[in-house]
Design a protein around this ligand. Sequence first.
Ligand code: HEC
Length: 124
Amino acid sequence: MTLARPAMLLAVAALLGAPLPSFAQGAAAEGERAFRTRCASCHSLDPGQNRAGPSLAGVVGRKAGSVEGARYSKALQESGVTWDAQSLDAFLADPRKTVPGTTMTVALRDAAQRAAIIAYLNGR
Ligand code: HEC
């Protein structure tokens, strides 16, 4: 296996020298995968398409509980939250603690996964 090592070093060197996608792009790609498996059953990214949960199109920057025609808890509608990276991170880490009475119960313990999903949602 002595030959494998220099080959691996070369591969690493090639990787480091290559124009790597920015961290944000990498995180967003990871976020897309996580969104599909953890969120998409209840949330669409198409505007106006509400499932069990509201469409998340344009969620970053909008007021919580403000999608027309979506079924919201009173708690979320009256939360006074505007979604940004910080409030989304807190909500996704522990929705029921952040907005007591919310009907969204999916919590993500993994901070990196939350960050990736938020990066993916940003600008959608
Ligand atoms: C089992 C269904 C379900 C899943 C899975 C789910 N959600 Fe939700 N989500 C909801 C419901 C229902 C609401 C509305 C909550 C309320 O009104 O209190 C909601 C609300 C939200 C809101 C607030 C939207 C707004 O318009 O204010 C965000 C943000 C959100 N979810 C993100 C996510 C993310 C990100 C995931 C994946 C990690 C996810 N949700 C997974 C059901 C779900």
